[in-house]
Write a protein that binds this ligand. Structure first.
Ligand code: GLU
Length: 483
């Protein structure tokens, strides 16, 4: 078997979408799992304007996800690296022009000068008259060609789809797939501005780049017979195809902005770890055994197979992704989490002047964190001057009237050692001496110190806040009124 070669072929029209990232991941995993090569090809014939910025974003996002390519744009997003380049379609126009000539010489491509409106009108008429919906263009005669060309007009070129028979292929996800040729329109392969269309350029490139497996979203399933007709017409070696299921939002509509963040970069900004996103994306359409959910990248590489890619659309579930991110945050070295969390705190206006203290803080919240971006808000009371009391914390604080013992506790704390275990001994003894249930005392203290009902462990929180702030907050709480 020749070495496996897969590719990701984005059109650079903006940020890398979650769906694109999942397609790239499956292609990457397939290549990596079989020791093959992964190619990145930029399909930029349509999008020359402003596309460099999109290419830069794509490269950045793919790198962040850890999806490296063996051939394709160089790291700076410009030159191509690899023997079968260039890997930017905008730099391959002569190649497509050569293949157009080949099709012309076989009488398999013909020129047309129809306007879009004429094409639409003809399609409508065909439907009305109950004719086959496949569209056959009006081939320009040599005389028309000469006349129009003399006027400075250029034709579009359509591919002559076989009139009869079927185009059949074995999709590695969907199985045997058949399309009747008579239902397929003669499609445009080169537009009048000389730009090749997606089906033409992609088929030529997939073959010339030696791609053995085309793995892409199943919205491209119906393009595949067209591409197969082209491979046959051009005597080009054809790849195998695997069309992976769409990603839907919770309402079963195609995943879009309406459902929340769809750009990979947004997930980075929200504080997701790349390995968590990769793990989550891998499960959108693939499963190992229907129950295991956590896979490191290495495990994914060793376990991934196309056989276990399902046909049915996958639903993107943000709650599950957040849970998964939490699992990865919990396991990650605290130094790394602190490093990644720091910009989120700074953006929230919380300055970190003591890195060792910050490390302790992160250690205390790492276990329960879901995203890095949510941390500053959860930790705000560690940075604020005073406490702002939530309604739930207020209820806890005043559960049995105003806790009159606060002052006594404040003065004991003022004289105490401020490490976690000394604090625990002190608070437990204090509760016993006062005849207060330890649990109730903890609730009151937590409210007084943080204004919240949920914080890291109370003694950890106290040690992190430090003596002066703890004492000051207890004293401030003495003034609180239950109104
Ligand atoms: N440029 C196409 C897209 O972004 C590629 C489709 C394919 O993988 O063939 O949809």
């Amino acid at each position: 078997m020749p070495p496996i070669r897969t590719r990701f072929a984005p059109s650079p029209t903006g940020f890398l979408h979650i769906g694109g990232a999942r397609t790239a991941l499956f292609s990457w995993l397939y290549a990596r799992s079989l020791g093959g090569a992964f190619v990145l090809r930029i399909e930029d014939t349509d999008t020359a304007r402003g596309s460099q910025e999109s290419v830069d974003m794509l490269i950045r996002d793919l790198k962040w996800l850890g999806l490296d390519w063996d051939e394709g744009p160089a790291a700076d997003g410009h030159a191509s690296i690899g023997p079968l380049g260039p890997y930017f379609q905008s730099q391959r126009l002569e190649i497509y022009a050569g293949y157009l000539e080949l099709l012309k010489s076989k009488n398999l491509a013909y020129p047309t000068f129809e306007s879009k409106a004429e094409v639409e009108a003809e399609k409508e008429a065909a439907i009305k008259e109950g004719r086959t919906p496949a569209y056959v263009g009006h081939e320009a005669s040599p005389a028309e060609m000469a006349e129009k060309t003399a006027q400075g007009l250029k034709p579009a070129w359509r591919f002559r789809v076989p009139e009869d028979g079927v185009t059949e292929f074995e999709d590695l996800v969907h199985g045997k797939t058949r399309f009747e040729n008579k239902l397929m329109s003669d499609f445009v392969i080169v537009r009048s501005d000389g730009v090749p269309t997606y089906n033409f350029a992609a088929a030529v490139d997939d073959s010339l780049m030696g791609i053995t497996h085309v793995i892409r979203g199943d919205d491209h399933l119906s393009n595949t017979p067209r591409q197969i007709c082209l491979y046959r017409a051009l005597d080009l070696v054809m790849p195998a195809f695997a069309h992976i299921p769409m990603i839907l939002g919770p309402d079963k509509q195609r995943l879009s902005k309406r459902h929340g963040a769809t750009a990979v970069g947004e997930y980075e900004t929200q504080g997701f770890l790349p390995e968590a996103l990769v793990n989550y994306l891998a499960l959108l359409g693939w499963s190992f055994d229907d129950k295991t959910t956590l896979f490191s990248i290495e495990e994914l590489v060793s376990k991934f197979s196309l056989e276990r890619v399902g046909k049915h659309a996958a639903v993107f579930d943000t709650v599950k992704l957040e849970w998964m991110n939490g699992q990865y945050l919990k396991k990650a070295p605290v130094e790394r989490v602190a490093e990644l969390a720091k910009p989120h705190f700074e953006r929230a206006g919380f300055l970190i002047d003591d890195p060792a203290w910050f490390l302790r803080l992160i250690k205390s919240v790492q276990e329960k964190a879901r995203t890095l971006a949510a941390l500053p808000l959860e930790c705000a009371f560690f940075f604020s001057e005073s406490v702002s009391l939530s309604p739930e914390a207020k209820e806890k604080f005043f559960a049995a009237g105003h806790p009159a013992w606060l002052e006594a506790l404040a003065s004991q704390l003022d004289a105490a050692a401020f490490d976690e275990s000394s604090l625990e001994v002190l608070v437990r003894a204090f509760a016993e001496a006062q005849g207060i249930k330890f649990k109730d005392l903890v609730g009151v203290l937590r409210a007084a110190l943080s204004g919240q009902t949920v914080t890291p462990g109370l003694f950890e929180t106290m040690a992190l806040l430090g003596k002066p702030r703890c004492v000051a907050r207890l004293k401030a709480a003495l003034e609180w009124k239950n109104d």
